[in-house]
Design a protein around this ligand. Structure first.
Ligand SMILES: Nc1ncnc2c1ncn2[C@@H]1O[C@H](COP(=O)(O)OP(=O)(O)OP(=O)(O)O)[C@@H](O)[C@H]1O
Length: 589
């Protein structure tokens, strides 16, 4: 009834194991079977001891106890009983120590695999292109890299171990019954067999649907919450915080409902099996009372049935629960196989890239996959090293897209990007990333010190370089004014900094990295006059270096130090001007 899900789970589990780990898994499996068998025998061994204690003389009627009694030269039945009880205690001690050791090894092994799955997922998503990265989205990425491996471990791997160990327990008991009491086996098979199968059948598809739905809902809560916190101020000012809260609650309500139903389902198998067992006992009992002549035999059967069912029920219950869990969490296989091609992605062989003379765009055309009209249309320009290029143009004209192309977030469909005449390809991308620095309007900032934010938590900080970067980015006075100086913390996403200070940290970071090409996107549009002056001062300082700069700016004054200014319109480059020409043009219009 369940080979499908079991073999699928085992296959997915084995996928993550190395050959050494596969051998380890086989070893674990053997230990698990052994500990399950010992568990059952441990309980079974209680029966003869109880019989021996309650019925004097019975030890001589049993061939084994009789043999042991005489072999060890016991003198009285009482001392032999004491011996048996002490032996039993020692057996239980050893058994429990052994099964705990097996459990410990299994837990360690599972943790090892869990780490491997997380590592695998992280590696895979680190290989995502910028484009795919933005399409998948951070909420899904966190779910795939942290949430899904956890579900795989708890919902699949642990359940597989449980399934096999309970299967062994159940089989050992059932086979023992079959050998010693075939009639009882028949009753059990007729009563518990269909009940178990029916319970599983009722629950499996429902549980699977719960799993799939929860998988959709979980990242939604995360997405809503991260958006709500990121937009805390704006949402509050717009009086929309309750709207977000309502959405989160709506999402949580459905999730909690699913959790509740799932919990209920986990309680059902035991109750159903218990119910069926009681019904069976009652039926046999009533039959013996009302119809049958030979009641003695039936009462024995009932007694044995009740005892066997009592021992079997918890195992069968866990067996069903592990199967239901496998079904419920089956969706993780689909999640884990997403982007699997990235696992095999061999990093392209990297070559050096020299930038000494020029950056050239030759007939570059780019369109987003879902749009037909190109966002960049046949763009060509050549920039010499050390030049400072301004990009202006109306909103939506393609300035940011052009910058994203230079950053290699996107790739042109036609034309070429040439560095010193050599095309930029995936084989020199690492070298290109080392040359390029990027300062956005919302510079990425960590909840850490200024030092860590500039060096991106470098372990071996080049102090001289850091000092140079701080001065060139016009941050020196500000840093000196802080009680903890460069070690001052800047708060979450730089909340303790002004807009200008945040951008200057971005500039300092680029300088610390020895950036040779600096891309600044709308660097000053959100700044007040004073901070604009500070950022402009930093840019003017940069103008004295041989860093090549591209600036998208909405304030003309930011472009004062630019050697060339390109004007864009509808994805085309329509004019090239100097700063003075730009000013005259603006004044004339
Ligand atoms: N991910 C995307 N998918 C589809 N279209 C996009 C995407 N990003 C931008 N666009 C479209 O590309 C065009 C150019 O956008 P871009 O951001 O480059 O303009 P811009 O000149 O930088 O504008 P602004 O000055 O307002 O920032 C716009 O029409 C925009 O709608």
């Amino acid at each position: 009834m369940s080979q499908g899900i079991i073999s699928e789970s085992v296959r997915n589990f084995l996928f993550y194991l190395s050959s050494v780990q596969k051998r380890k898994a086989a070893w674990m499996f053997l230990l698990l079977i052994l500990s399950s068998v010992i568990d059952v025998f441990g309980l079974a061994s209680l029966v003869p001891i109880i019989i021996a204690a309650s019925r004097p003389g019975s030890i001589f009627r049993n061939s084994i106890t009789n043999w042991v009694y005489h072999a060890l030269h016991f003198q009285s039945e009482k001392t032999f009983l004491v011996f048996l009880i002490i032996g039993l205690i020692i057996f239980f001690l050893v058994k429990n120590a052994f099964t705990t050791l097996v459990n410990y090894q299994q837990v360690r092994f599972t943790a090892e695999i869990a780490l491997k799955v997380v590592n695998n997922q992280l590696g895979k998503y680190n290989n995502l292109s910028f484009w795919d990265f933005s399409r998948v989205g951070t909420s899904n990425l966190i779910h795939y890299t942290v949430g899904v491996p956890q579900i795989f471990v708890n919902g699949i791997i642990r359940q597989l171990f449980q399934f096999f160990s309970e299967l062994v327990v159940t089989l050992v008991i059932v086979i023992a019954i079959l050998i010693y009491q075939p009639a009882l086996f028949l009753v059990l098979a007729v009563v518990l067999g269909p009940a178990t199968s029916l319970t599983y059948r009722v629950l499996r598809n429902r549980s699977m649907r719960i799993g799939i739905r929860a998988d959709v809902l979980k990242p939604v809560t995360f997405k809503l919450m991260s958006e709500a916190f990121a937009g805390y101020v704006e949402l509050k000012l717009a009086g929309k915080q309750f709207q977000v809260k309502d959405k989160v609650l709506e999402n949580q309500e459905e999730l909690q409902d699913l959790e509740a139903v799932s919990y209920l389902y986990s309680q059902l198998p035991l109750k159903m099996i218990e119910m069926v067992a009681i019904l069976a006992v009652a039926t046999i009992f009533l039959y013996s009372l009302l119809i049958s002549e030979n009641t003695e035999n039936l009462v024995t059967i009932i007694g044995l049935f009740a005892a066997a069912a009592y021992r079997l029920m918890p195992s069968v219950n866990r067996l069903i629960l592990s199967l239901v869990s496998l079904k419920q969490h089956r969706f993780v296989f689909d999640n884990l196989s997403l982007h699997r091609h990235l696992e095999e992605k061999v990093a392209p062989l990297q070559q050096p890239l020299v930038f000494e003379h020029s950056i050239e765009l030759r007939n570059v055309t780019f369109a987003f996959p879902e749009t037909i009209k190109p966002v960049l249309n046949n763009i060509s320009f050549k920039v010499s090293k050390g030049e400072r290029i301004g990009l202006v143009g109306s909103s939506g004209s393609g300035k940011t897209t052009l910058m994203n192309l230079l950053l290699r977030f996107y790739e042109e469909q036609q034309g070429q990007l040439l560095i010193d005449g050599h095309p930029l390809t995936e084989h020199n991308l690492d070298a290109w990333y080392r040359l390029v620095g990027y300062v956005k309007q919302d510079t990425f900032l960590m909840e850490a010190s200024i030092r860590d934010n500039i060096t991106l938590a470098d372990k071996n900080v080049d102090e001289q370089r850091l000092q140079y970067a701080i001065e060139q980015a016009s941050l020196a006075d500000f840093v000196q004014s802080l009680p903890d100086g460069i070690n001052s913390l800047i708060g979450e996403r730089g909340s303790r900094l002004s807009g200008g200070q945040r951008q200057r940290i971005g500039i300092a970071r680029a300088l610390y990295k020895r950036t040779e090409i600096l891309l600044m996107d709308e660097a000053t549009s959100a700044l007040d006059n004073e901070t604009e002056r500070e950022v402009n001062e930093a840019i003017s300082r940069l103008a004295t270096t041989d860093i090549t700069i591209f600036i998208i700016a909405h304030r003309i004054t930011t472009l004062r130090d630019c050697t060339k200014i390109y004007e864009m319109k509808d994805g085309r480059l329509i004019a090239e001007r100097t700063y003075d020409e730009l000013v005259r043009n603006v004044l004339a219009n």
